[in-house]
Write a protein that binds this ligand. Structure first.
Ligand code: PLP
Length: 426
């Protein structure tokens, strides 16, 4: 029987604890798991049997979360890890090698632009940033060394929606996987695998947890990519020396990427999610649909009010009819464009700084996707490492403020913005 989203967000992956009957998923606060005997231990270490060895690799609480997110995304398997940024490295790790590149959208979270333009160079990897509305440019950027195409479904912070169908057609044709960061949309609003994504990555820190308590990340595998169709992905298609020549794709089929993520990725990179974090995220996911519907409703109300305010130059939210991306909502994220958007103040940079210092209900923090409304001036914080050109391309120009609209009473949010705008702009 195919259950609906609201049922799956509570039940997928979980069952009453077999030892105690506990109805809520226990926090399995254990580093290691006793082997039945030496043969059992050998089978686990040879990947001939699936089970728990050591919590750097697998943990029963984290396993429930992995199955829950994989189910909600419509994927075959998932690996959780310590943060959204860890998830991005874990997603690229099996695909890349020195000299290889990822073709990435210019419209990404500022931290991801920094990770891709600076830090991954230390592994000998590189990124080519392209405007993902210029489909010819995306196709032209993919070369013989490209091993992945990367974008966000609903981009942070600019209210941009990626045409995932068009991008996946290009990556498919080139024989490279499409990785979609679905953090801002969540699987309630957008299911990238249905639009051709190979892998979906998340910062579970944001809406999936939803209450600003823990950092975490997740990589969901669609199970649909043929890793053996070319010689481009030897980590998945060729013999793995650390496992006596086992070939992940041949052995695990559609679960190859997931098994590789655990058996090689978590084993050797060690970016593990702890069971406490998994617990908080499981608690959050139980109410995901209710929260996301309210985030969207409030974002539409607040963005519509801001758009009419004479102190505001423009609002970039795809949920507004004025947005160039409004017509992508029905196809890409039919339940709404999320709770995140930016607006620009006519009075410029200094007024933005004064504005974030004047809000009372909104919190000035470097986070998004909380029940609370949050605000940040990206150009002076999260995006300050970027060049002015990169800031503008990422929707974080100096006169722009980003808001993550929470699930409070929308009239209170508007009143707070109004008083802060008065203090900032006169
Ligand atoms: C869209 C997006 N992806 C990834 C990340 C990185 O996630 P984390 O902070 O959990 O590493 C963020 C963080 O803000 C984000 O907004």
């Amino acid at each position: 029987m195919a259950y609906g989203f609201d049922t799956l967000q509570i039940h997928a992956g979980a069952r009453p604890d077999p030892a105690t009957g506990a109805r809520q998923t226990p926090i399995y606060q254990s580093t290691a798991y006793v082997f039945r005997d030496a043969d059992h231990a050998a089978a686990l270490f040879n990947l001939q049997e699936v089970g728990y060895i050591y919590s750097r690799l697998t943990n029963p609480t984290v396993a429930v979360l992995q199955e829950r997110i994989a189910t909600l995304e419509g994927g075959q398997g998932a690996v959780c890890c310590s943060s959204g940024h860890a998830a991005q490295i874990m997603a690229l790790f099996p695909l890349m090698a020195p000299g290889r590149n990822v073709v990435a959208s210019t419209r990404l979270y500022g931290g991801t632009i920094t990770q891709f333009s600076q830090t991954i160079k230390r592994f000998g990897w590189s990124a080519k940033f392209v405007d993902f509305d210029d489909l010819d440019a995306v196709a032209a950027a993919i070369d013989d060394d490209t091993r992945a195409v990367f974008c966000e479904s609903v981009a942070n912070p600019g209210g941009y929606i990626t045409d995932l169908d068009a991008i996946s057609a290009i990556s498919d044709k080139a024989g490279v996987p499409l990785i979609v960061d679905n953090t801002s949309a969540t699987p309630y609003l957008c299911r990238p695998i249905e639009h051709g994504a190979t892998l979906v990555v998340h910062s579970t820190t944001k809406y999936l947890t939803g209450n600003g308590t823990v950092t975490g990340g997740c990589i969901v595998d669609s199970g649909k990519f043929d890793w053996s169709a070319s010689d481009k992905f030897p980590s998945l298609s060729q013999p793995e020396p650390a496992y006596h020549g086992l070939k992940f794709h041949e052995t695990f089929g559609p679960l190859a990427f997931t098994f590789h993520g655990i058996a090689i990725g978590l084993r050797d990179l060690g970016m593990t999610m702890n069971p406490q974090a998994a617990h908080y995220t499981l608690m959050g996911i139980e109410t995901l649909s209710l929260r996301m519907a309210r985030h969207v409703e409030n974002a539409v109300t607040v963005a519509s009010w801001l758009e009419k305010d004479p102190r505001v130059a423009y609002v970039t939210y795809a949920g507004l009819e004025s947005s160039a991306y409004h017509d992508r909502i029905a196809r890409i994220c039919p339940r709404g464009a999320g709770g995140l958007f930016t607006f620009a103040l006519k009075a410029g940079y200094e007024a933005c700084v004064k504005f974030v210092d004047s809000v009372e209900i909104f919190s000035h923090v470097a986070n998004l996707g909380d029940t609370r409304s949050l605000v940040i001036h990206s150009a002076s914080t999260t995006h300050r490492q970027l060049s002015p050109e990169q800031q503008k391309a990422a929707g974080a120009a100096p006169e722009v403020v980003r808001v993550s609209i929470g699930i409070e009473d929308p009239a209170d949010l508007i009143a707070d913005l109004d008083q802060a705008l008065t203090k900032a702009c006169g």
